[in-house]
Design a protein around this ligand. Structure first.
Ligand code: 23J
Ligand code: MN
Length: 256
């Protein structure tokens, strides 16, 4: 048996389950809202070309329009000024689109404090219990925020002082950028905290991780269905030439 035959047998027999970490993509999909004076992204839209009618009697198809950073999506290094000489989304090596994945769960902390920031000490406590972060793999940050994804107001959780959603501290972003991981994935609308526009530097996860050639995954669903360690992740962004990111289908392979 080849390893592929073994894998396919395990998939067919349910010994490996495929979990979809992707949120549905529609005109209802929540998009990030940056404060003035910054420009904002467009949401996702379908534009019907024909639907079994005079415009095309036997076929249905649409044009689509969307920002690169809409819904469940991949952040490439060139998204940030610190990574401007790094890969665009079409240049990410295919081998890096498949890798190990681990989960750090701070959903209880984030339920108590929507501005919760992941700290280096949290990750050191995690590695003491679970072993090292996966080389060439993803660290997914569970916050419980996916439960709010259907409700734009709850998901963005903004008031007069701006959005209040969990993220990571400046020190944690700087530290993670030096680890041998591929990148970080989150359940929130961006990899940075809602309040991260006011941090020094602003948006430290974007700044340090993309600056170090690492990647981001945003608006993930179903992280709660993954084990802490031992799963595999497939991240499939579109190869938009020159693109800073792309909506992506994100799948996890989980042993059962
Ligand atoms: C642009 C500016 C700030 C942020 C973002 C985009 C994202 O979160 C994103 O989708 O990359 S925080
Ligand atoms: Mn993004």
């Amino acid at each position: 048996m080849t390893t592929i035959e073994t894998l396919l047998g395990d998939l067919a027999a349910g010994r490996i389950e495929v979990i979809d970490l992707t949120a549905p993509l529609s005109d209802k999909t929540t998009i990030i809202q940056l404060p003035p004076p910054f420009a904002n992204t467009a949401g996702f839209q379908l534009h019907e070309i024909s639907r079994y009618d005079e415009r095309g009697p036997a076929w249905y198809w649409n044009n689509i329009s969307a920002g690169e950073h809409v819904g469940t999506h991949f952040d490439a290094p060139v998204h940030w000024i610190s990574g401007k000489d790094g890969y665009d989304v079409s240049q990410v090596p295919p081998k890096q689109l498949v890798g190990p994945v681990v989960v750090i769960d701070k959903s209880a902390e984030c339920a108590a404090n929507p501005d919760y920031l992941l700290e280096v000490a949290d990750i050191e406590a995690w590695t003491a219990a679970n072993g090292p972060l996966p080389e060439g793999g993803w660290l997914l940050y569970r916050t419980g925020w996916d439960a709010r994804a259907h409700d734009q107001a709850a998901f963005l959780n903004a008031n007069e002082t701006g959005p209040h959603t969990p993220g990571m501290s400046v020190a944690c972003a700087q530290w993670l950028a030096q680890q041998p991981i591929l990148g970080v994935g989150v359940e929130t609308v961006g990899t940075d905290a809602g309040a991260a526009h006011s941090f020094d530097p602003p948006f430290p996860c974007h700044s340090f991780l993309l600056g170090a050639g690492k990647y981001g995954l945003t608006q993930l669903a179903n992280i709660a269905k993954l084990p802490t360690t031992g799963a595999m992740l497939v991240a499939a962004p579109l190869p938009i030439v020159g693109g800073s990111g792309s909506p992506a289908r994100i799948l996890a392979f989980v042993p059962r």
